[in-house]
Ligand binder design. Structure first.
Ligand code: ADP
Ligand code: PEP
Ligand code: K
Ligand code: MG
Length: 500
């Protein structure tokens, strides 16, 4: 049987060839997909638009919300293999990387559109190249070591035999600064057309390296009238990690891109950065998303035991969401992958040390301290004391939902999103952005109820929330529910019983 909310932890799925029909998207949503990621490193606006239209239809058919995330290309280096013919590389052979993109890629030469490469690298540096970098059992991506540079060319030693398949290969050079803007002209173009047309909920800023990158994107979004769009910084290299604290202050959320991070860092360092970064996000009350968890499910129905354990550990670390890439984009089992990840997350949530987390969250004060936040904390505390089935929170901006999520309640939180009066905003973006927060299940308020300080209307709205929760099976008659709401200037926690 399908549960309505398979897990409190959210699943972000990258949409592509294997996940763009209405049927598959409906199945993905039912399996627990909350956020759709459109990766503009691959394919064009028309392709992504078609997928998005199908997603909208699927959402309507299954009556679920799904957030839309635009992922930028950023300063990603790519080798374009126009013919699509596979390229064989043999261990111990040499291969030359050249900025001359008029050359066809082959076993001898790999053209990449970046002129500064030979000046940026030195002997012994590590370069990775592949359609989907380093999955662990390598046959489709390659590890190269820089031997020498001649002029603008870089000569490398091949460290593992591989067949590069596909039309675009991503190149990653470990711990080397790429002198290209984080928000490129191509990205600006995509945001101003595709992003604006679809009023995207989130931009995922690939290769965020400095806080200025975030500020620049914010300014650009504002210039495009995308004031409501949130920014998630994708941390993919050591440069981004080094500036993590400043970046975290400016963004709405963090994506730990472990695909790239895992090859930028020595392997033994990855786990600690994950734990530390997720912890910082938790304390700041901002969502943390972890990527690259079940690579092997791209071609297999079951994850490896290491992958399954890794998903669980990400949940125990406090992550809000798991981002699936190749698994949903071009994998054979997009729906099964979402289901499997959801089941592992739910199992880990059931043993999550919420009490310890709660204590730490209470101790860590976010400046400036808001008066409502401690009340949100007591709502979460009350929910566990009275064994509430759910928490209901009323929010306009999503802020109140974030406060509640920060204390990591063990029960689902129904966030009723009330459009802020006089702004002309519908609240849809705010509701969908809540889909990135662990445990938060947003519902859009019934559009006809206008908000006054009149108690009767507020009661009517709680009835609406409880009826909906009953209908989807989150509560049943006689369950207890904790409500967190603002009435005028006061923040209120109350405990109610669900009626028959
Ligand atoms: N039971 C209720 N029915 C309808 N509206 C409510 C109810 N409880 C609270 N509200 C309203 O919901 C809105 C929550 O928005 P707000 O306080 O601005 O939250 P946030 O800071 O999260 O944006 C407030 O306008 C509040 O008065
Ligand atoms: C998700 C990642 O990046 P990409 O955008 O290349 O899929 C990653 O590096 O983990
Ligand atoms: K990208
Ligand atoms: Mg990446």
């Amino acid at each position: 049987m399908e549960t309505f909310l398979p897990s409190l932890t959210k699943v972000v799925g990258t949409l592509g060839p294997k996940s763009r029909s209405v049927d598959v998207l409906e199945a993905c949503l039912k399996a627990g997909l909350s956020v759709a990621r459109f990766d503009f490193s691959w394919l064009d606006e028309d392709y992504h638009q078609e997928t998005l239209e199908n997603l909208k239809e699927a959402c309507k058919n299954v009556n679920k919300l799904c957030a839309v995330m635009l992922d930028t290309q950023g300063p990603e280096l790519q080798v374009h293999n126009k013919t699509g013919r596979p390229i064989e590389l043999k261990v111990d052979d040499h291969v030359t990387i050249t900025p001359d993109i008029s050359i066809e890629p082959s076993s001898e030469v790999l053209p990449v559109y970046y002129t500064g490469l030979s000046e940026a690298v030195k002997k012994g540096d590590t370069i990775f190249l592949g359609q989907y970098l380093f999955t662990g059992s390598e046959t489709t991506s390659v590890w190269l070591e820089v031997v020498e540079t001649t002029g603008s060319d870089v000569i490398c030693l091949v460290k593992n035999s591989a067949t590069l398949a596909g039309f675009i290969f991503t190149m990653h050079i470990s711990q080397v600064h790429i002198n290209l803007p984080t928000l490129t002209e191509v990205d600006k173009q995509v945001i101003s057309t595709w992003g604006s047309r679809n009023n995207v909920d989130i931009v995922s800023l690939s290769y965020t390296r400095h806080v200025e990158d975030v500020r620049e994107l914010r300014e650009f979004l504002n210039s495009q009238n995308l004031h409501e769009t949130q920014i998630f910084a994708k941390i993919e290299n050591v440069e981004g990690l080094r500036h993590f604290d400043e970046i975290l202050q400016e963004v709405d959320g963090i994506i730990l891109s472990r695909g790239n991070l895992g090859i930028d860092l020595p392997p033994e360092k990855v786990f600690l950065f994950q734990k530390s970064a997720v912890y910082k996000c938790n304390m700041a009350g901002k969502p943390a998303i972890v990527t690259r968890v079940v690579d092997s499910m791209t071609d297999n129905l079951r994850p490896t035991r290491a992958e399954a354990t890794d998903v669980a550990n990400a949940v125990l670390d406090g992550t809000d969401g798991i981002l699936l890439g190749a698994e949903t984009l071009r994998g054979l089992y997009p729906v099964e992958t979402i289901k499997t990840v959801g089941r592992i997350c739910a199992e880990a949530e059931s043993v999550y040390n919420q009490a310890l987390h709660y204590k730490r969250a209470v101790k860590h004060v976010i400046e400036p301290m808001s008066r409502e936040e401690p009340v949100a904390a007591s709502a979460v505390h009350a929910a566990s004391k009275v064994k509430a089935a759910i928490i209901v929170v009323f929010t306009s901006s999503g802020r109140a939902a974030r406060w509640i999520a920060r204390y990591r309640p063990t029960v689902p939180v129904v966030a009723v999103v009330i459009p802020r009066q006089g702004t002309g905003l519908s609240g849809t973006s705010q509701a969908r952005q809540c889909l990135l927060l662990r445990g938060i299940y947003p519902i859009l308020d019934c559009p006809n109820v206008s908000i006054t300080s009149d108690g009767s209307i507020e009661e009517a709205d709680l009835t609406f929330a409880l009826d909906h929760s009953k209908a989807v099976g989150l509560v049943k008659p006689h369950d207890r529910v904790v409500v967190f709401q603002k009435i005028g200037d006061s923040a209120v926690v109350k405990i109610v019983n669900v009626e028959d």
